[in-house]
Design a protein around this ligand. Structure first.
Ligand SMILES: Cc1ncc(COP(=O)(O)O)c(C=O)c1O
Length: 422
């Protein structure tokens, strides 16, 4: 039966990039027989030390009927548990000297949900959410139901041999219309692994201040947790900054917990929207990591365990890709400074087609075009990039990258010989 849909239903309930990705992820988990390598999703790796630590912390949090009741048997306040918010503010102040308080901290049920509420609350019809350096997270692109639109500015790729790095197009950003209501970026960037510099953040912050709008920095992979980041950065607080953190890439996506640091007015806005859409947020994630927030040990655990874990995986994936791709292939990988993806640029190959070919061979990757949106004209790289996740076990990553390289080498060889003939 066909049900007529509202524009809300059409926007969220029909084919979306993030929906397709979650379907692929689900299929990979259910039917492993058809899939040789899952290099498509954003699933965090299983980090044994972290799983052991969480196991201990869950037992600690739920070890008596009373504590179980406290964590699961009652609704939290919509903005999150007071003691947790207070301790989180203290941890950020100790780390970065921010001077934030409990009223600057708010909980949501995951970063995805926090973005949905925030974007639609701040930008409406005739207004825009600016993504200042594309490619950026595909999960933002289908979120606007308020009538607002995304406006994207493509990063400028600076290439050196088989590596490249995006540069912020400052001139284009200065020129965007004054109907922009919010700027948002992920740091490290999903998909490119770029870590935008402190100087660029200062520039964006200044631009936002000049326009009287907020700058949202999404730290889903960043510092101080999970810290899947291989370069050092600063993190600056200002009342027009919105810092978004999540427990997902720490290894707890099932708890659906994100933490926002923002002006009290933004936290209150989020709290009121939470009350309407879901009454309260899940308390389990807060309860599990609370001891690590109270004693402020979470950043150190991440630096000691998570950073080297993913850095080793990154080095391995890069080495495999460089070794397997023929020297005749024109390719460049983005400097992998953070997150857990390689962003592969194949200037002479249509990566949309390649993605489908690889799917048939049991290798799931994400075609780059999903990460370019809100552009007035298509970006040169749009159909020439792939996002490759390296959080899966090393043998799976190696197999997936080998099959990919085989396809790319074959395609390049046939293209080169056709060009020589013509
Ligand atoms: C950059 C970025 N932001 C936000 C999210 C949302 O994560 P969650 O809703 O699990 O916190 C993700 C998930 O992959 C992400 O990659």
């Amino acid at each position: 039966m066909k049900f007529p849909l509202s524009s809300f239903g059409n926007t969220l309930g029909t084919s979306t990039g993030i929906g397709e990705l979650m379907d692929d992820l689900g299929a990979a988990l259910v039917d492993k027989s058809k899939i040789k390598a899952m290099l498509g999703g954003g699933q965090p790796a299983e980090v044994p030390e972290m799983t052991a630590l969480f196991h201990e912390l869950v037992q600690q949090a739920l070890n008596t009927p009373e504590s179980l009741h406290r964590v699961m048997g009652q609704y939290d306040p919509a903005e999150g548990e007071g003691e947790f918010r207070n301790a989180f503010a203290a941890m950020m102040n100790a780390l970065y000297s921010w001077g934030v308080k409990q009223e600057n901290i708010g909980i949501s049920s995951g970063g995805q949900s926090a973005c949905f509420h925030l974007f639609n609350a701040l930008a409406g019809a005739g207004e825009q959410v600016l993504v200042p350096l594309l490619p950026d997270y595909m999960g933002y692109r289908d979120q606007l139901v308020s009538g607002a639109e995304f406006l994207g500015v493509a990063g400028i790729p600076r290439r050196t041999g088989n590596r490249f790095k995006y540069e912020l197009d400052r001139e284009a950003i200065i020129m965007v219309p004054n109907t922009v209501r919010l700027m948002v970026l992920s740091r490290p960037t999903n998909p490119s692994g770029n870590v935008i510099s402190d100087d660029d953040i200062a520039f964006l912050s200044q631009e936002c201040l000049r326009r009287g709008i907020s700058l949202m920095i999404d730290h889903a992979y960043g510092a101080p947790f999970p810290n899947a980041m291989y370069v050092a950065t600063e993190s600056i607080w200002a009342p027009h900054h919105i810092h978004l953190y999540s427990l997902s890439k720490l290894g707890l996506p099932g708890t659906r917990t994100s933490i926002m640091v923002a002006a009290p007015e933004i936290i209150t806005l989020m709290q009121k929207m939470t009350a309407v859409t879901s009454l309260a947020n899940p308390g389990l994630g807060q309860a599990i990591i609370k001891p690590l927030i109270l004693d402020q040990s979470l950043p150190k655990v991440c630096r000691d365990v998570i950073t080297p874990f993913y850095q080793k995986k990154r080095d391995h994936a890069l080495a495999v890709l460089d070794a397997k791709l023929s020297e005749k292939v024109d390719y460049a990988v983005h400097e992998a400074e953070g997150a857990f993806f390689l962003w592969l640029w194949l200037p002479r190959i249509n990566t949309k087609e390649l993605t489908q070919q690889l799917k048939k061979k049991g290798v799931l990757v994400i075609s780059g075009d999903w990460f370019f949106y809100g552009l007035s004209q298509s970006a040169d790289q749009e159909n020439h990039c792939l996002r490759l996740t390296y959080s899966m076990p090393e043998d799976e990553v190696e197999l997936g990258l080998s099959i990919l390289a085989e396809e790319v080498n074959k395609y390049s060889a046939s293209k080169n010989s056709k060009e020589q003939c013509s």
